[in-house]
Write a protein that binds this ligand. Structure first.
Ligand SMILES: Cc1cc2nc3c(=O)[nH]c(=O)nc-3n(C[C@H](O)[C@H](O)[C@H](O)COP(=O)(O)OP(=O)(O)OC[C@H]3O[C@@H](n4cnc5c(N)ncnc54)[C@H](O)[C@@H]3O)c2cc1C
Length: 401
């Protein structure tokens, strides 16, 4: 199948509706929450936005039609999520924000029919929220998942989970967690992790604190949670025992790309604010937009946005073809997360003092984009993996000669 940059009519129409919805309904709501500060998890706002998205025909674009979504593939999601991402509240409204969106994908691919009815259906409908619990405080799992220290040990008819997780987005107020726990081997081993569906009210699962962070745009914030003698039945196993690391890749490949899509919307908005300011602000007898160095800032951001979209769409296309696409998703995640930071930073610079004030959304966006260079794999971890794959591919080519 050839790669095409055409956007089909149905997707273009959904993207258009999303753009209008974000402009007319979502952006005005930013006033009610400091530009998109939703760490406290304001439920009435989430409900209001999601109801409006449903009415506008743009709700859950990524979810299969069987579960009430629009059934878009990743390449098509890229168009719609970017439009939604123009506001920090847009993905929340469309029910395609992290971590729920990644969890929905994982459940669609891995869960049993019974688990889908119990967990995916209400999640896709926006009735409940969820979280994904993998990262642990040192010396546990972070960039290196093999350090996974949380354990799940066999009980009569189920499992007992013990461990501590942190930076678990959306945990506060989530109805359930997807928890990664070690079911064989020891920290440092590559294998032996299993995913568990843990209801929030399961005895032994506790949120111990909500972490104070630079960003405030993710609904419910980021929490530290403890599993202490947390017993779950066999039916809580998501997929197969000891296959958790493989499923993590099923979730993470696309989830990295959907983060890129949403943040690209933020970059476009920041650049549009800079363009407007450069066109209207006069200095030294002309407009800022006529000054060469400002033009360079603006041009570099256009280049960053366009190249980001190209590597992102390529990686999405690879995933849609059913390929592993690990190299493409690593390249896209690294490039887009850094490009988005550059674009927002330049927009602040073009706007001068206005850019760091609360009079435009830029200062909020500046805070929000920084963590993206860390989660879903820090840039350095991806570069390390990209180089290793490149070296291996070169060696294979040499051997084949
Ligand atoms: C806002 C936010 C939300 C998050 N949400 C979730 C969530 O919902 N669920 C969840 O499970 N986790 C979540 N995380 C955690 C996130 O996945 C981890 O922060 C990430 O995997 C990095 O792990 P770490 O923080 O332990 O960093 P470490 O593993 O301690 O790495 C620290 C630094 O070491 C360097 N480094 C690491 N590996 C290499 C390498 N191979 N080569 C060279 N340098 C390297 C990098 O500079 C890296 O930033 C979130 C994090 C943030 C910031």
């Amino acid at each position: 199948m050839s790669i095409s940059f055409e956007i089909d009519e149905r997707v273009a129409a959904i993207a258009r509706r999303t753009t209008e919805f974000v402009r007319d309904v979502v952006i005005p709501e930013e006033q009610t929450c400091g530009g998109g500060d939703v760490h406290a998890g304001p439920e009435p706002l989430r409900r209001r936005l999601q109801e409006a998205a449903r009415a506008a025909g743009v709700f859950a674009p990524h979810v299969g039609e069987e579960f009430g979504g629009l059934g878009l593939d990743l390449r098509d999601q890229a168009v719609v999520f970017e439009a939604a991402g123009r506001s920090l509240l847009g993905p929340l409204a469309l029910n395609c924000a992290a971590p729920d969106e990644g969890n929905m994908h994982l459940l669609e691919v891995v869960a049993t029919q019974e688990q889908k009815e119990r967990y995916l259906r209400p999640l896709a409908a926006g009735e409940v929220r969820s979280c994904f619990a993998m990262t642990e405080p040192a010396p546990g799992a972070g960039s290196d998942p093999r350090a996974l220290a949380t354990t799940a040990t066999r009980t009569d008819g189920g499992w007992r989970i013990d461990g501590r997780k942190w930076f678990i987005s959306g945990a506060d107020g989530a109805a359930f967690a997807i928890c990664m726990a070690r079911t064989s081997g020891a920290p440092g081993d590559a294998g032996g992790a299993t995913m568990f569906l843990v209801d929030a009210d399961t005895p032994g699962l506790k949120t111990v604190r909500n972490i104070d962070t630079l960003d405030h745009g993710l609904f419910g914030g980021h929490s530290e949670v403890v599993f202490e003698g947390c017993e779950v039945p066999d039916t809580a196993v998501l997929g197969a025992v000891d296959e958790g690391f493989r499923y993590a890749q099923v979730r993470l490949g696309p989830a990295r790309m959907t983060h890129c899509m949403r943040w690209l919307g933020v970059a476009r908005r920041a650049q549009d604010i800079a363009l407007e300011r450069a066109a209207e602000r006069s200095a030294f007898g002309g407009r800022l937009a006529e000054l060469g160095m400002v033009q360079q800032l603006l041009a570099d951001s256009e280049i960053d946005i366009e190249t980001s979209r190209a590597v992102l769409w390529r990686a999405c296309w690879e995933l849609d073809q059913g390929r592993s696409a690990a190299q493409h998703t690593s390249i896209a995640k690294t490039y887009v997360s850094e490009a988005v930071n550059r674009v927002v930073d330049r927009a602040v610079q073009v706007c001068g003092a206005l850019g760091i004030s609360g009079d435009t959304p830029l200062s909020r966006l500046y805070r929000e984009v920084r963590p993206f260079r860390i989660y879903d794999g820090p840039s350095e971890t991806h570069r390390w993996a990209i180089a290793k794959r490149a070296v291996r591919a070169a060696a294979e080519q040499r051997d084949a000669r």
